[in-house]
Design a protein around this ligand. Sequence first.
Ligand code: 13P
Ligand code: 13P
Ligand code: MG
Ligand code: MG
Length: 379
Amino acid sequence: MMTTLTVIKADVGSIGGHVAPSRNLLDTISRHVARGMDDLISDFYVAHTGDDIAILMVHDKGVGHEEIHRLAWEAFKAGTATAQEQGLYGAGQDLLVDSFSGNVKGAGPAVAEMEFQPRANEPFLMFLADKTEPGAYNLPLYLAFADPMNTGGLLLSPEITKGFRFRVMDVSYTHGDRVIELATPEDLYNLAALLRDNDRFVVESIFSRHDGEQAAAVSTTRLHNIAGKYTGKDDPVMLVRVQKNFPATGEILAPYAIAHYVGGFMRGSHVGPLMPVKHGTGCSYFDGPPIVSGWGFCVKNGRLTEPVDLFDHPFWDAVRSRAADKAMEMRRQGFSGPAMLPYSELEYGGIVRILEKLEPRFTIRAAKKEAKETELVPA
Ligand code: 13P
Ligand code: 13P
Ligand code: MG
Ligand code: MG
């Protein structure tokens, strides 16, 4: 029997700014999703990272199923009502349309889904990131699935030496889903050329070339493409199946030790290191730094185990400390150069307005008289 994992996440309100949701809000959402246990879903788990709440659901309805999406949408609606009652900041922030129209894609929430025939044992990981964008997973996925310097399994495991197929989306294209498929190792440089641009090209899914099985699914929502203006950062979610025909858990986790710089951070307009954090971590320094949490599960007969906290280990304390140093180092240069995102990516309209106001104050200096040939070529 096929199993579907669906994770849908949204920010529908948080305490003390864009920090973390309230207990009440999480309870409301859990209670609402539990109603689906009668006939729709076989299990679920509600988690949060920063100010975002993710609903992980297990079911047999396949991806993009209307009733599954509706269950999450209505849970977030119910959560919004609780957030309003409690006076939480940004109540309903990521619900960008008034009414549900069959799928949460394009309506604000982030969604990642996978349908597969479960293996005899089926370990998988869920990643929730806050104060960053979907392209934040590009580098970790490239390293884990395509680089033998990170993933020894690419050399050692017969199932994964055949490589992987990456489906990459051009998220700047707004008239539909513009995607390309690249197969590693042959397309390694082509893949790198695209994944360089985290804000434009985003890994959407990855498949094994050994057996065609799907290994990873990433949310690719761009809130400002939907709303036409800044409404919050996209704060992506990801599901990754691990072991045997896929990289091992530790190979998927290893790239997060880099704490690589990503777009997001304060007002979705800066660059900061992606800090791997423990479950339940909120945001703090400069509304960040960008954070990612990792949740390990096994699923069997439609039921989830309890999660393990993938970044709750003494090893990651050293990484967190390095990430804090990297964050402070970048923040020392304030608005200058790479510390702030380029003009095309700026999430707040303020800079645009400043430039518009300054427009009439620019002058163009009279062109210099054409230099005489004799001046250009001294005798
Ligand atoms: P599996 O072959 O069970 O996936 O284990 C690989 C491994 O050695 C994990 O580090
Ligand atoms: P969120 O997208 O996490 O709500 O953050 C918004 C923001 O502007 C933080 O400074
Ligand atoms: Mg928020
Ligand atoms: Mg958020």
